[in-house]
Design a protein around this ligand. Sequence first.
Ligand SMILES: Nc1nc2c(c(=O)[nH]1)N[C@H]1C(S)=C(S)[C@@H](COP(=O)(O)OP(=O)(O)OC[C@H]3O[C@@H](n4cnc5c(=O)[nH]c(N)nc54)[C@H](O)[C@@H]3O)O[C@H]1N2
Ligand SMILES: Nc1nc2c(c(=O)[nH]1)N[C@H]1C(S)=C(S)[C@@H](COP(=O)(O)OP(=O)(O)OC[C@H]3O[C@@H](n4cnc5c(=O)[nH]c(N)nc54)[C@H](O)[C@@H]3O)O[C@H]1N2
Ligand code: SF4
Ligand SMILES: [Mo]
Length: 745
Amino acid sequence: MTNRRDFIRITAYGAGAFAMSGGFLQAVKAFSSPEKSGALKVDLTRTPTYCEICFWKCAGWVYKSEDGKIWKIIGNDEDQHCNGRFCPRGTGGIGMYADEDRLKTPLIRTGERGKQVFREAGWDEALEYIASRMKTIKANHGAESLALFTHGSGSSYFTPLLKAFGSENIAEPSYAQCRGPRDDAFLWTFGEEVYSPEITDIRDTKCLVLIGSHIGENMHNGQVQEMSDAIDKGATIITVDPRFSTAAGKSKYWLPIKPSTDIALLLSWIHEIIYNEYYDKKYVERYCLGFEQLREHVKTFTPEWAYGITTLAPDLIRKTAREMADASPAVIVHPGRHVTWYGDDTQRTRAIAILNALLGSWGRRGGFYRPVRITLPSHPMPEFPVPGKTWTDLFPGQYGAATGVVSNAMIDASIPGNNPGYPIKGWIVNGTNLINTIPNQANTLNAIQNLDLLVAIDTMPAEITGWADVVLPECTYLERYDTLRTGPHRKPAIALRMPATEPLYDSKPGYWIARELSKKLGLENYFPYEKQEEILDWQLKQIGSSLDEMKKTGVKTFEREADDLYYAPDEEVAFATDSGKIELYSAAFEGLGFDPLPKYTPHEEPPDGFYRLIYGRAPMHTFGRTANNAYLTDLMDENTVWINPKIAKIWDLANDQYIWLQNQDGVTSEFPIKVRITERIRWDSVYMVHGFGHAQKQMKRCYGRGASDTQLITRALVDPLMGGTGMRGNFVTIVTEKAEKEVAS
Ligand SMILES: Nc1nc2c(c(=O)[nH]1)N[C@H]1C(S)=C(S)[C@@H](COP(=O)(O)OP(=O)(O)OC[C@H]3O[C@@H](n4cnc5c(=O)[nH]c(N)nc54)[C@H](O)[C@@H]3O)O[C@H]1N2
Ligand SMILES: Nc1nc2c(c(=O)[nH]1)N[C@H]1C(S)=C(S)[C@@H](COP(=O)(O)OP(=O)(O)OC[C@H]3O[C@@H](n4cnc5c(=O)[nH]c(N)nc54)[C@H](O)[C@@H]3O)O[C@H]1N2
Ligand code: SF4
Ligand SMILES: [Mo]
């Protein structure tokens, strides 16, 4: 296992990439375990939690100082997600609790939508207002006309509330704006998704291929640690990225691909692996269907063919294919996570799935392990009513391969001019900042202007709350119970989150909010327990534990029932696909009218003087949700735009100069962004970190800091298979005049 120093090292590398000061390292060290540092007396008031700063959900301990204030958070040693170590964002979670800009009371809008005129309200009045509007929507249009957009823990309460109300129109941005295409691609190929945390067996891999996945900047904890371990053990890392990412810096091979051409590279790798007979013959013969069709399909996709498209030298493509084959089956062609790039994302991730199948890595040590999870009994409650219509009736015939609810379809159905099958008239938005999360802001705002009700449940005055009719302040994860964490992993495990302290201000836990609203709607039978502790204790007792035990341990790990982390040699496996096999050739896709094998189709190129806008993560922030966190803004308080020196010369740009970016549709970034001139980005693209450029003045620390990528992503390339919104088909040019004016003023 990597020691703490190594973890910091890989973290710090990412920090360096953003030209951070030594403050970053110091901050990470400042949050080391109290037992180890000896800086604090043994603290008997520690309470367990799992982190909500991103969705890796690491389990940890919250310590309070002698005056009862939350003082620090550290990882729980028993936890498979974090192995006792939190990432810098997780340790900085206190900043979310302590943020003086937090939402403090319920608010009811008094002026026009978007004008930000609210009055403070009591909970009873705010919930009464919402319930009455919900009932009106149901009476006028049907319960299905109410939609829920949700991300994070609160989904566990608002989902049953909406279902009890009669609507299944419940979407998370983690589907159509994030990992939907990859999960669908793997489902349609292997009959199983790759889950969260991903079932990538990185700790034992001999070769890890990262296509865009920028682990090290993408700080999903266990993955970063396992990658660091694998590197120590001599694994080969191959990184495909138009940008020299942190991961590229740790790689034997960096393939600086021309953006949007990854399918061509994948097809030529498949060609190499088949025509050189590098593939795992026994595995393919036993488990796969459609090999001959695949072989025929990739016949002409030679490295020379791919070179013309990707700009990657044929020799490099050959060598890297060979590396993968040498490591097989302990090789991972990583499926990625935020994969909604160019609108052909399900097919790109299908190509990744196929490559893994050929290399025999699925179900094998060092490839993809077989996850297990605890299933908790749910407490008895009435059956949910069956809704007359679902999201698939909004635009019938669209997105036939989707296995999740497509958020953008529900947004489009809120705009009357789009002639949906039935209208969406109300949104409950919990824990997702739709304005900055969904591409094409003008479309989202148009939809909002047509709603009869918009409720935002948030901890911060995020952009979405500014448009809401009613704003409900949830307390932070450090001040509440939530459902037990049961996510899949190598061993079955559960983790508890409990309040470390009382909620600040007049904020309330999600469970309480959902339950009180259910009472106003006459649906309280679905929330029979007054306190969440009662459900948790009941559930825990069903599996031989208790709330008292979990308060002491935070995490409980069970043994696997069988020794089946990987397939046994020659194991007969029934895959959950139509054929029971791994479907290299997808008859199901063909039946739905889609390509049964992935094809490369060229994408639009940037016009003269424009560059492709690409974006990613910074190690010390999560999207926009941490942008106002005092601990984390100390480490990074604005984003920069990475520009190749060749382009900087053409535009006569200097490092640290503020510029604006203008996209192909004439939209100019509202705020300026600092230039970072670097060879680490191709000349045809510019790069920035997502989550900055906040336009909400109430978030004082982050307002106007840096530029918002979402504002410039006016064009979404929608995946016809499942509705994912590809966001990398936008081009920007550089505007300096406005910058000069600004600097002068
Ligand atoms: N342009 C662009 N768009 C993107 C992406 C991108 O990189 N660029 N990434 C995409 C991806 S991968 C994803 S997963 C999505 C993520 O999209 P979102 O989940 O919308 O992420 P955030 O923008 O952080 O918004 C989260 C909101 O939840 C609030 N919040 C935080 N904690 C709590 C809580 O405990 N309770 C409640 N009620 N609210 C809370 C925050 O204050 C914030 O307003 O965005 C997608 N959209
Ligand atoms: N610190 C931190 N970590 C996070 C998050 C966070 O907000 N902060 N968010 C989490 C979430 S929800 C997600 S979904 C993941 C997302 O993280 P990942 O799935 O790892 O990353 P992506 O956003 O898909 O890709 C970003 C990388 O793709 C490269 N790229 C851009 N265009 C192309 C292209 O055409 N081809 C190739 N090959 N590469 C390209 C960019 O240069 C960048 O390095 O991160 C997770 N981890
Ligand atoms: S990876 Fe970091 S931010 Fe995400 S859950 Fe773990 S500690 Fe929290
Ligand atoms: Mo995501």
